[in-house]
Structures are given as structure tokens and as C-alpha cells.
Write a protein that binds this ligand. Structure first.
Ligand code: NAI
Length: 324
């Protein structure tokens, strides 16, 4: 089968070729209404987090002869699954590709924010060895709340238990193997000095962290989001940062990231005023959706995507299908 791989970067091509991909066209543009025509001549499209597969795009794909959508990510919030099903398109994802990559990045963001190592490194480069302004706090002994205890959340739980934190969890469908105490969301918010979001984006989790819930958190609490941007209401978070209610924010994802992330905009005028405001806070740390970005994860994404493709080509069913 011929596959049009959208949102292609050099590292995608490398990892797919290393995993033995054949018949792939690598297209730099995101998939969307303006670019869907590039899928002509392919039976499958391979897409990433900021490709937009709404009903219109899916209908066009079907008209072009595409029958398989291969997501090279775990989340599928960017695909209209109902429309795909009605059109007879199979959608497959990579449910697991090193959950450690995302869990470890969560830790990296949190430690950087709390111990201000990014600011310290910049100071030292300037010959400034002053400590004032770099005061942090121990994570040991602090209460850490984890929202979502799936593959990534479970790695996160283990990491923070290992650091000697009191770890609380919230998940409407707690997996039986998890030993952390589960508490209702309101209790988790009220008790957590650090709140870590590891849940998927869906109708229930859209703006899960809003003004009302931020008001329930202890003053000065730290929020880390490595799940999906729209799980937090960014404007409400900015108000909470301005008032000091929130003591720090680390995000790897942003609700309007599609037009920003994965590209070099360093010479462009930033037109997103909400994002621009976020960047002005000394206690805000942003990485551009790189939590997944490890050698192990890229290899896992390519291998599982090719396994989905092969299974579909041989049996008409992909290994990891998602349905509406
Ligand atoms: P998973 O499907 O293994 O686990 C998700 C867990 O969240 C499940 O246990 C589910 O019951 C729980 N959940 C669902 N609704 C919830 C709610 N309302 N409140 C609390 N928990 C809820 O998914 P996995 O692999 O752990 O990934 C989680 C999310 O992380 C993905 O959906 C994706 O959006 C994001 N992600 C981000 C990456 C990045 O690079 N920043 C990379 C990979 C995933």
C-alpha cells in the first residue's frame, strides 16, 4: 500500500526508513482541507497530533481512494471517528510507545521549574553566580496529584513514589494493578502541591482545569500538563498565575499549538496574545510538544505504525484500531 505521511520531519523519515518503510511519500505540510489533495494516489495517510481530520477532510480522503488512517500517536482527539466510521475508513493508532518518554519529560519539566535550572544555567553563562531568586523546594514529602493513571500516568506514579512524594491519583476507570490511593478530583485538587495531567483529551476533560478548579488548589500549587493543551483553560490559568493562586506552570502542550509547534517561528511576529502572555511569566516553562521525542519512542512509533499497516494490508484489520 502507498502511504502519504503528513507533517513529516527529517526524524520521521529516518525512523520510518530505519524500521523498513516502503512506498511512503513524505509530505511536510499538516493534513487539512488545503492539503488533503496531496493524498491522491495513496491508499493510506499517516498523520500526527496537529493534522486535522474532520468530516470534510475524511470525506475528501475517501473520495481520493484512501481507506486507512494511521495515527503515529496515542491520542486521537484530532480525528472525527464517527465520520470515519460512516465513511468506512479504518483509523489505527500507536497506543503505546515508551510511556517512559512522556513520564520522564514530566519529571524534567517539573524539576526544571521547581529548581529553576534553566534560569541558573543562563545566569552562569553570563558569569552571574548569584543564588538569589533561584530558591526551590524539595519534592520529597510533597503531595503530588496525578490525573489519569493509564500507561503514562502509571510510570509517573512510580517515579514520584520513588522520589518520596505522597502520590494521590484520580481516574474514572482506575486500572486494578495501580496501588496509589484514588481520591475524587476535588479532593485531589485540594490536597496536591503539584498537579500532573496525564489523561486524554475528550469531552469530559476539555478545560478540566478551569477557574473554578484552580480556585480549589492550594495557593502556590504547581501545574504540569504533558497530555493535551485543551485539558487546561489557558486564560483561566493565566489569571491564576497573575494572582499567585498558581505558583508555577509547566506545559508541553498548548490548546492553540497547531499553528505554532513543530516549526521555527523565531523570525515571525507572534500573533497569539494568550501564548505571548504565558511566555512573560518567570514561573512558566514551555516545551513544544517534545515529551514523546526520544529515540526509543520514535522507533516504537514507526514499528507499531508499520505493524498496523501490514496487518491491514493482509487481513483488512489494523492491530490497534480506534472507533467512534
Ligand atoms: P491511556 O489511554 O493509557 O491512559 C489514559 C488514562 O486516563 C486512562 O486510565 C483513563 O481512564 C484516564 N482518564 C480518562 N478520562 C479521565 C478523566 N476525566 N480524568 C482522569 N483520568 C481520565 O493513555 P496514555 O498512553 O497514558 O496517554 C495519556 C495521554 O497523554 C494521551 O491521550 C495523549 O493525549 C497524551 N500524550 C502526550 C504526549 C506528548 O508528547 N506530550 C505523548 C503521548 C501521549
Amino acid at each position: 500500500m502507498r502511504v502519504a505521511l503528513f507533517s513529516s520531519k527529517r526524524y520521521d523519515r529516518q525512523s520510518f526508513e530505519a524500521a523498513g518503510a516502503r512506498g511512503f511519500s513524505y509530505i511536510e505540510a499538516h493534513l487539512g482541507p488545503e492539503t488533503v489533495a496531496a493524498a491522491a494516489g495513496h491508499e493510506a495517510v499517516c498523520v500526527f497530533v496537529n493534522d486535522r481530520l474532520d468530516a470534510t477532510v475524511l470525506e475528501r480522503l475517501q473520495q481520493l481512494g484512501v481507506c486507512l488512517v494511521l495515527l503515529r500517536c496515542a491520542g486521537f482527539n484530532n480525528v472525527d471517528l464517527k465520520a470515519a466510521q460512516q465513511l468506512g475508513l479504518t483509523v489505527a493508532r500507536v497506543p503505546e510507545y515508551s510511556p517512559h518518554a512522556v513520564a520522564e519529560h514530566t519529571l524534567a519539566l517539573l524539576l526544571t521549574l521547581v529548581r529553576k535550572t534553566h534560569r541558573a544555567a543562563a545566569r552562569v553563562r553570563e558569569g552571574n553566580f548569584e543564588l538569589d531568586g533561584l530558591l526551590g523546594f524539595d519534592l520529597h514529602g510533597k503531595t503530588v496529584g496525578v490525573v489519569g493513571t493509564g500507561r503514562i500516568g502509571r510510570c509517573v506514579l512510580r517515579i514520584f513514589q520513588g522520589l518520596g512524594c505522597e502520590v494521590l491519583a484520580h481516574d474514572p476507570f482506575p486500572p486494578p494493578e495501580v496501588t496509589a490511593p484514588y481520591v475524587p478530583l476535588d479532593e485531589l485538587l485540594a490536597r496536591s502541591r503539584v498537579l500532573l495531567l496525564q489523561c486524554p483529551l475528550n469531552a469530559d476533560t476539555h478545560h478540566l482545569i478551569n477557574a473554578e478548579r484552580l480556585a480549589r488548589m492550594p495557593r502556590g500549587a504547581i501545574l504540569v500538563n504533558t497530555s493535551r493543551g485543551a485539558v487546561i483553560d489557558t486564560k483561566a490559568v493565566i489569571r491564576a498565575l497573575k494572582s499567585g493562586r498558581l505558583g508555577g506552570l509547566a506545559i508541553d502542550v498548548y490548546e492553540e499549538e497547531a499553528d505554532l509547534f513543530f516549526a521555527d517561528h523565531s523570525a515571525d511576529i507572534l500573533t497569539d496574545d494568550v501564548f505571548a502572555r504565558l511566555l512573560t511569566f518567570p514561573n512558566v516553562l514551555v516545551s513544544a510538544h517534545q515529551a514523546f521525542f526520544t529515540e526509543e519512542a520514535l522507533a516504537g512509533i514507526a514499528t507499531t505504525t508499520l505493524a498496523n499497516l501490514q496487518a491491514f494490508a493482509e487481513t483488512g484489520r489494523a492491530l490497534h484500531e480506534v472507533r467512534g
